[in-house]
Design a protein around this ligand. Structure first.
Ligand SMILES: Cc1cc2nc3c(=O)[nH]c(=O)nc-3n(C[C@H](O)[C@H](O)[C@H](O)COP(=O)(O)OP(=O)(O)OC[C@H]3O[C@@H](n4cnc5c(N)ncnc54)[C@H](O)[C@@H]3O)c2cc1C
Length: 193
């Protein structure tokens, strides 16, 4: 989940990112309790806000994505109320640290339902699998999918950890596999611009 705020305040004296333990757990409407809080201040990127103003985001992992996806699909007022309730709790914590309550000009909230809507990723996951207890266990999703001929699947689902590095690495792995199956030597072109 990502909560983004446009704040009419200059934060150039702050670190761009910090996290801290919470005195009281922060409970999300989806039932998840958070004990730590992290703040990302985009004070290093002048393209994200006009002079004297700053974009600030707060993010959380949730595994209770069905709460958000179902609420958006089946009960839009409940979905909106849940977003507002959680946002208000976050603003209280932000305000204690950054004194921003009366300076917030823009708020944007992205839930698993948002990520599902924009990326089509399963259950609104942003990065694929997290590694499980066995951190070297292979992903249940292979490069070939049952019932599909001449199809190769390269994505962040092919290896636990996910994200861009895995998406890029598995793209390379699939290129190697295609070369092998077609008796072509896999070569990497080095490029200097
Ligand atoms: C808000 C956000 C922040 C993130 N931040 C980071 C970060 O800081 N670092 C990081 O490493 N990762 C980050 N990620 C994760 C990273 O963006 C993804 O893991 C990565 O883009 C996944 O690549 P992919 O190729 O597996 O899937 P995608 O990039 O989702 O590509 C899948 C493609 O398939 C297309 N497609 C879907 N269905 C079909 C179909 N039926 N037919 C044809 N085409 C189809 C889609 O249109 C899409 O272009 C973030 C993700 C989000 C949402």
């Amino acid at each position: 989940m990502q909560f983004s705020f446009g704040i009419a305040k200059d934060f150039s004296d702050y670190p761009h990112f910090f996290r801290f333990p919470l005195d009281e757990p922060l409970v999300s409407p989806d039932g998840t309790s958070y004990h730590r809080f992290e703040i990302h201040i985009y004070n290093y990127d002048p393209t994200l806000a006009p002079p004297g103003k700053t974009s600030v985001t707060v993010s959380f992992y949730t595994t209770n994505r069905d709460f958000w996806i179902d609420a958006r699909k089946n009960d839009r007022p409940k979905y909106r109320a849940a977003k507002t309730e959680f946002t208000n709790k976050i603003i209280e914590i932000l305000d204690q640290r950054l004194d921003i309550k009366d300076k917030i000009e823009v708020i944007d909230v992205a839930t698993p339902a948002t990520f599902l809507r924009y990326t089509g990723n399963w259950k609104g996951s942003t990065q694929g699998w997290l590694p499980g207890k066995n951190i070297v266990a292979p992903s249940p999703v292979g490069f070939k999918l049952p019932g599909l001929k001449n199809f190769y699947y390269s994505s962040h689902w092919n290896q636990p950890g996910g994200g861009l590095p895995i998406a890029i690495k598995t793209g390379r792995d699939v290129a190697k596999l295609i070369c092998k199956e077609n008796n072509i030597k896999f070569r990497v072109k080095s490029r200097v611009d």
